[in-house]
Write a protein that binds this ligand. Structure first.
Ligand code: PHE
Ligand code: ZN
Length: 849
């Protein structure tokens, strides 16, 4: 059965549900192609409803029978659900349906992955399991019975009874259907326990496929650390007797916060030193924390409707970034978050897919799990905290949990909590939720008689559907430095509310040097062209680590742009300043690694575009390679000493200290490879005993194309490990030179280990092609064609992943007319595909317009 015809849904059309649900009983009789789901749902009319129409969502479910209060009924069945007449009083609806998990390749609803049953219900997957009012403002208590031959049968809440071939679960906390989960399979548990702040013992398990038991210990430690942190920092205690995590190989996203039963993409939970890089460990720690933190921000307090998605996602991303900052290095975390924000969210905000943090319409909600909702949503909370202060933020959060626990609520309610706590009027601040696009902040300065002024202007460019923007509230953190690098004004937060605004600092002895937007205090594009160029000074002297890094980054970016557009050559003062930073042993090695990393090609392309020129991907690639070589040469005398300083004598641990040394060491090895042809990298590859050392040295060999033996050794060693083989696919395509990337991707899609049905492998392959900027944008259009071919193939299998990956084309209007023509032709071809999913139709349609 096809999905229902796509329709645009508007926030302004929200109406309360016609019926509420008091309790749900579900019985699952598992069978791969004919699972039966028997439901018993207690409904009652909602006194706040504006309609009495009874409609239950249901897609791709076959109705066997239905009853109301025990009497069989014959509902009107349509492709998107059932309708029927019901009593104007509380009643019980029962039904039996049949579904086919085995053939469910979309990975939404109940599906199978490597012989195990699992579910994914957010956002609207529950309607593929049974008939139900599948909307987040309908919250209910679920009792679940699972009948199946699998040794492990799991659902939400606490286990209540079990026997041979069956298990029963009860979740006492009312929840929307999107938080429902079920898992059944031949799984092994990595068990542990946690005692909560009030002394309650909680049983913890990470369930994995046999063979993966050795990869659970790190995730378990991260889980316990998250539980403790949420108690210490937010006063939030866990609320069930058991908390289970399950690793699944086929999963569209990173992980899912189902109540008491988090389901994880195996790449986001399984880790061992031999198979996982430091980056994997850090990501796993953050995602475990993220999903756990959802228990309060998402589950206990959920979203009224999907327009409010940022209510749970922005806040939970913000919370997991605080957690990582507390456990590791706050400046390093901030810099990597900003890198990520610029690489994904600014990119989205600058193109046809731009949308507000709280959108006001959508066709397919799955298309709105975006960097804007998540990462910009988290930035907005960071700004709010900066504006009201830490103490008021803590008070507001206490009030939020107290006032809204057990509710499905809105951004309005969230902001009201802050207004009530602080007495502030947040109506202008709310524009951060309503206006799309990245504000441009332009700054100039003046100095006269001991008074220094900064003059700011803000402007947000038009975005789809939003031609005019009003000024937003910008917290601008500023510090002033003297010529000798001492601080004359410690960081203060200027609160800009107008389109143009001047801020004064008086009683100064001489004209200071300003460090503006410290810690990246607002997600804006800062234009400092009207200031004297103090970036080399700031790179050397700024006491704010973010702005110190930022000074180097903007120098590098401007230099690369002038290399691309004007044929400039690498600038000696920049190179010297960079070498100074690299050699400064008082700085964290992790910071030095970030300072030595150049902006990625895609960022340079955007920067070139903003000068009014069409970016030439090959010229960008060449400029970056040239600058890398210049940096390598400038660093060469220091390399032996610096690399020795990165040696680690202790056993491998993914802690901040070791990670910093290894990442700095990898950056240095990368530069050295350009000078020694990969000799040192080969030596490291041959002796590596952990994946970080093995992988980073192999990447160096790939980049200098001295990788043949290492590539086959790597494959031979790891052939049995899906997650490592994903790296093998991704790295070979990602590191291929521009003229070889498409051919490499072609070859790897023919490899016996390529699998279109596995999202991780698909992303490792086609995602790596799209991420190889110059390779993807080959002038002959072969990169575009290849991606389009595979998106068309995947759409029939997995619309959600197809739609997400089609975003690779979102920057197309940056490029020259020939490339634009080639891309438009591919987008049209995708759109013309018969039976294209609503997900992909919406995304490609938005990209084209
Ligand atoms: N809610 C999940 C998270 O952010 C993401 C997700 C969305 C997973 C939709 C699956 C499907 O933690
Ligand atoms: Zn989340």
């Amino acid at each position: 059965m096809r999905d229902a015809a796509p329709q645009t849904i508007y926030l302004s059309d929200y109406t309360p549900p016609a019926y509420l649900v008091d309790s749900v009983h579900l019985t699952f009789q598992l069978a791969p192609t004919a699972t039966r789901v028997i439901s018993k749902i207690a409904f009652r009319p909602n006194p706040e409803a504006t309609s009495r129409e009874f409609f239950l969502n249901g897609e791709q479910v076959e109705l066997i029978w239905a009853k109301i209060d025990g009497a069989e009924v014959a509902p009107a069945v349509s492709p998107d659900g059932v309708r029927m007449d019901v009593p104007d009083a509380p009643f019980v609806f029962e039904a039996e349906v049949e579904i086919s998990p085995q053939t469910n390749t979309a990975l939404e609803g109940l599906y199978m992955s490597n012989g195990m049953y699992c579910t994914q219900c957010e956002a609207e997957g529950f309607r593929k399991i049974t008939f139900y009012p599948d909307r987040p403002d309908v919250m209910s208590v679920f009792t679940v019975r699972i009948e199946g031959a699998e040794p492990v049968l799991l659902s939400n809440g606490n286990p209540t009874a079990q026997g041979d071939g069956w298990a029963e679960w009860h979740d006492p906390w009312p929840k929307p259907a999107y938080l429902f989960a079920l898992v059944a399979g031949d799984l092994v548990a990595h068990p542990d326990q946690f005692q909560t702040m009030s002394g309650k013992d909680v049983e913890l398990n990470i369930y994995v496929r046999p063979g993966d038991e050795g990869k659970c210990a790190f995730g378990m430690e991260a889980l316990k650390a998250s539980m403790k942190w949420d108690e210490d920092v937010y006063g939030r205690e866990y609320d069930l007797d058991i908390f289970n995590i399950v690793a699944v190989d086929d999963f569209n996203m990173g992980a899912m916060e189902n109540k008491g039963l988090n389901i994880f993409n195996s790449s986001c939970v399984l880790a061992s030193p031999e198979t996982s890089t430091d980056g994997n460990f850090e990501r796993i720690e953050a995602i475990i924390a993220h999903e756990y933190f959802h228990n309060w921000t998402g589950n206990r307090i959920t979203c009224r409707d999907w327009f409010q998605l940022c209510l749970k996602e922005g806040l939970t991303v913000y919370r997991d970034s605080q957690f990582t900052s507390d456990l590791r290095s706050a400046p390093v975390k901030r810099i990597s978050d900003v890198n990520d924000l610029r690489g994904r969210q600014f990119r989205e905000d600058a193109g046809p897919l731009a949308h507000p943090v709280r959108p006001d319409s959508f066709v397919e909600i799955n298309n709105f799990y975006t960097a804007t909702i998540y990462e910009k949503g988290a930035e907005v909370i960071g700004m709010l905290k900066r504006l009201v202060g830490d103490a008021a933020y803590a008070k507001a959060l206490d009030l939020y949990f107290e006032r809204h626990d057990g509710e499905a609520t809105t951004i309005e309610a969230w902001l009201t909590v802050f207004e009530d706590t602080t007495g502030r009027d947040l109506s202008q601040f709310k524009r951060w939720y309503e206006q799309a696009g990245t504000p441009r902040l332009t700054v100039s300065e003046s100095y006269e008689a001991g008074t220094y002024s900064l003059h700011f202007t803000q402007m947000t460019p038009p975005t789809p559907g939003q031609p005019d923007k009003a000024p937003q509230v910008l917290p601008i953190a500023v510090g002033l430095l003297a010529e000798d690098g001492t601080a004359v004004q410690p960081t203060v937060v200027l609160e800009m509310t107008k389109q143009e605004q001047r801020f004064k600092f008086s009683n100064l002895e001489s004209k200071p040097i300003a460090s503006i937007l410290r810690e990246f205090s607002a997600p804006v594009i800062l234009d400092t062209a009207a200031l004297p160029d103090n970036r080399v000074f700031l790179l050397a002297h700024d006491t704010d680590p973010f702005n110190k890094w930022e000074a180097g980054q903007t120098l590098a970016k401007d230099l690369l742009v002038s290399m691309v557009t004007e044929g400039a050559t690498p600038d000696q003062s920049f190179l010297n300043a960079l070498v100074e930073v690299a050699r400064d042993d008082s700085l964290d090695p992790a910071f030095r690694e970030l300072a030595l990393s150049l902006p990625i090609d895609d960022d340079i392309a955007q920067a070139v575009f903003e000068t009014g020129a069409a970016p030439d991907p090959d010229a960008i690639f060449t400029a970056r390679e040239t600058l890398k070589l210049s940096i390598a040469e400038a660093l060469s005398d220091s390399l032996p000493r610096l690399m020795a300083s990165c040696q680690i004598d202790a056993a491998y641990a993914p802690d901040a200290d070791q990670v910093g040394k290894r990442s700095f060491g990898a950056a240095l090895l990368n530069y050295l490879s350009l000078l020694d042809g990969g000799k040192a990298a080969q030596a490291q590859f041959d002796s590596a005993t952990d994946m970080t050392q093995q992988f980073t040295s192999w990447l160096c060999l790939l980049r200098v194309e001295k990788d043949a033996a290492a590539t086959s050794d790597f494959y031979g060693q790891w052939q049995h490990d899906r997650l490592v083989i994903d790296k093998w696919f991704g790295a070979r395509i990602g590191a291929a030179s521009p003229d070889k990337a498409v051919a490499m991707a072609q070859a790897l899609t023919q490899h016996p280990d390529f699998a279109v049905t596995n999202p991780n492998r698909f992303r490792a392959t086609l995602g790596a092609l799209a991420g190889n900027h110059a390779g993807f944008h080959r002038a002959d259009g072969s990169g575009y064609q290849m991606l389009a071919d595979w998106l068309i193939t995947l759409d029939a299998i997995n619309p959600q992943t197809t739609a997400r990956m089609s975003a690779a084309f979102q920057t197309w209007k940056r490029y020259d007319a020939d490339r634009q023509g080639l891309i438009a032709a591919q987008l049209e071809r995708i759109l013309a595909t018969p039976d294209l999913s609503p997900d992909t139709t919406e995304m490609v349609g938005r990209i084209l317009n």
